[in-house]
Structure formats: C-alpha cells, structure tokens
Design a protein around this ligand. Structure first.
Ligand code: FE2
Length: 325
C-alpha cells in the first residue's frame, strides 16, 4: 500500500511517501523566515508556487507507481498555509481516485516517533513553536491523546523565537539561542510550574529586560535552562503519575540537544527509556502525515464516523481519534 502525506501547517511545504510503513521519500520546501517572523499569506503564496514541484519530486524519489491513500494536515496551523496543503491533497485525490485522510499535526509528530522506534505507549513531551504539552494515550471515552499538562500561554518555541529577535539573533532562532548560550553562566529566573502545567511569558519578559544590563550569553543560557527545566519537571510528574516506561520528545524544539539530554536524564532516573526521532521528523515534514494516513486507511472500518475534509487552525489533539491502535 502506498500513501502520500502533505504537510503545510507553517513555513514548510512537505510531501512524504510511505509504503507499508517504510518511508520512501520525504521532500521539503521551506519558506525563509525574515527577522519579522511569519506572514501567513506570504508563506501560503510560497507554498502555492512550490506545491506541484515538491509533490512531483517526492513521487519521483519514491518510485511509487500508484497512490492508494492521501493524508494532509488538517491543523493546527496557519489557516492560509493549511488551505494550500488541503487543496493540493484534494486535487491529487481527484486525479488518482485515492481516498483522503485529514491528520492532526501534533499526533503525526508523535506517531512517526512511535513508528520509527516501535514504541507502544510512551509519555509524550510535545514541544513546538506554537505548543508545549505533556501527553499520553487514553482510551475513554474513545482512544485519544490526553493532555496531562501544557503551557498556559505561549509555546516554548515561540518564546525562544521572541527572545532571539529581541537579542538581535538570526533565524533559525532555537539554534541561535542554543549557540549564544554556550559558555553562559546560570542566574535565577522566574520559574512557573503548576502541577503539570507551566507558563513562559513571565520568564520571557524577565530575560528580555535583562538584555540591557547582563551578558547576552548568560541570559540565553539561563533562559534555556529554566524553560527546559520547567518542561522536565512537568514531564517527570506525569511520568510518576502514569508509570509509563517510555518517554519521547517530538516537535520542532525536540531538535534541541540540551532538552533531549535533560529529558533523557530525567527518564533514566525513573528507569524509563527516552527516545527522539532524527531531526528530519521533528521539523515539519510530509512523511509523518503519510505514516498516520496509512494507519487510518488500513483501519478505516474502525473509524467512528464521517470525516470532515476541511482545515482547522486550532485543532486540539484530544479531538483527533487514534482509532487504529
Ligand atoms: Fe511541527
């Protein structure tokens, strides 16, 4: 069975092809972010110009001779960008006759990690630009990813981006903050964890304020350590509560070497194993959408109802049925 996945929730237009669980191709075209951040309509224009080329290249690289199913990112994400991926998928579905599957972006980051390592039931630390959540699979009222804890304000990725802009750094911001923090010294910063939830804006405001008077490296280092420690504490509480044996990190910020090291230490101290997929799958990509769409297609009879082939900017992960597991 051959499945195509199309991702376009933010600055990446990605197309992946999967055959019976094996990733055959994973092609991306990324909009270059300016110092001002993302302007959704401009990114959508960029996606529209590149969509056909990326789809053709992914199909060519995969050497696929037919398409059995097509997945696309329904949300969460930027409306105009999501719309380009959805329309590309609809068009491809019309041409090939292959059925269409709308996929939740966050669930795709989790499922591709689970798929690559053959994991059954991990505790999930999902850390991206727009979101930061501690998740795990629950069966009631239907199988879905339950949110044990999450950010009350902004995602850790957007927090690092905002700091990087204020510090005059260049994109990609997460990695520029990491580079700047090398050799920095730790100073106390606002640390806010309530149970398994956390907030980042107080920390961000404090860090930006310190840029005028303190060495930038010390501010970057302390900001990163404090934010990642908050995530680790929330994840540790969830791990003790759920008694899961595996922990994964996924999403854009899961490319951070420092965060992975901290989560690995935390998991190891409770005899749990820690996993994170290669960066290719933690940055946005089409293969993760194809992996989920293939599972949805193979288990279509277990699906609870009719599918909505639209887009949803604020698509909560709890609302996405994981009916194939
Ligand atoms: Fe993502």
């Amino acid at each position: 069975m051959i499945t195509v996945g199309i991702e376009s929730s933010a600055h990446t237009f990605g197309v992946g092809v999967v055959e019976d669980g094996k990733i055959l191709s994973n092609v991306k075209s990324m909009y270059k972010i300016s110092d001002k951040g993302i302007i959704p309509m401009k990114v959508a224009d960029f996606h529209q110009k590149n969509a056909a080329r990326v789809i053709r290249r992914a199909l060519k690289e995969s050497e696929a001779e037919r398409i059995d199913a097509i997945g696309y990112t329904k949300g969460p994400g930027l409306g105009p960008c999501l719309r380009v991926g959805q329309l590309s998928a609809l068009t491809l579905s019309r041409i090939t006759g292959a059925p269409l599957y709308p996929v939740n972006h966050a669930a795709a980051h989790i499922e591709v990690t689970r798929h690559l390592f053959g994991l059954h039931d991990p505790l999930v630390v999902y850390v991206s630009g727009g979101n930061s959540q501690i998740l795990g699979l629950e069966n009631v009222p239907r199988r879905h990813y339950h949110v044990y804890g999450e950010t009350f304000d902004i995602g850790v990725g957007n927090m690092l981006d905002s700091f990087a802009r204020a510090a005059g750094l260049k994109p990609a911001w997460g990695s520029s903050v990491a580079r700047l923090s090398e050799g920095g010294r730790y100073m106390r910063m606002p640390y806010t964890v309530k149970g398994m939830d956390f907030t980042f804006t107080g920390l961000l405001t404090n860090a930006i304020g310190l840029l005028k008077s303190v060495d930038k490296r010390d501010v970057a280092f302390s900001l990163q350590e404090t934010a990642f420690s908050m995530i680790c504490e929330a994840a540790e509480r969830a791990l003790l509560l759920t008694r899961k044996r595996e922990v994964i990190a996924c999403g854009g910020v899961a490319q951070s070497t420092r965060l992975k090291k901290m989560l690995g230490l935390m998991a190891g101290s409770h005899r749990a194993k820690f996993y994170a997929a290669p960066d290719e799958f933690n940055s946005d990509n089409g293969a993760m959408i194809a992996v989920v769409a293939e599972k949805m297609h193979s288990n279509a009879r277990r699906s609870s109802g009719t599918m909505d082939y639209g887009v949803k900017q604020r698509y909560r992960i709890e609302d996405f049925d994981i009916y194939w597991r």
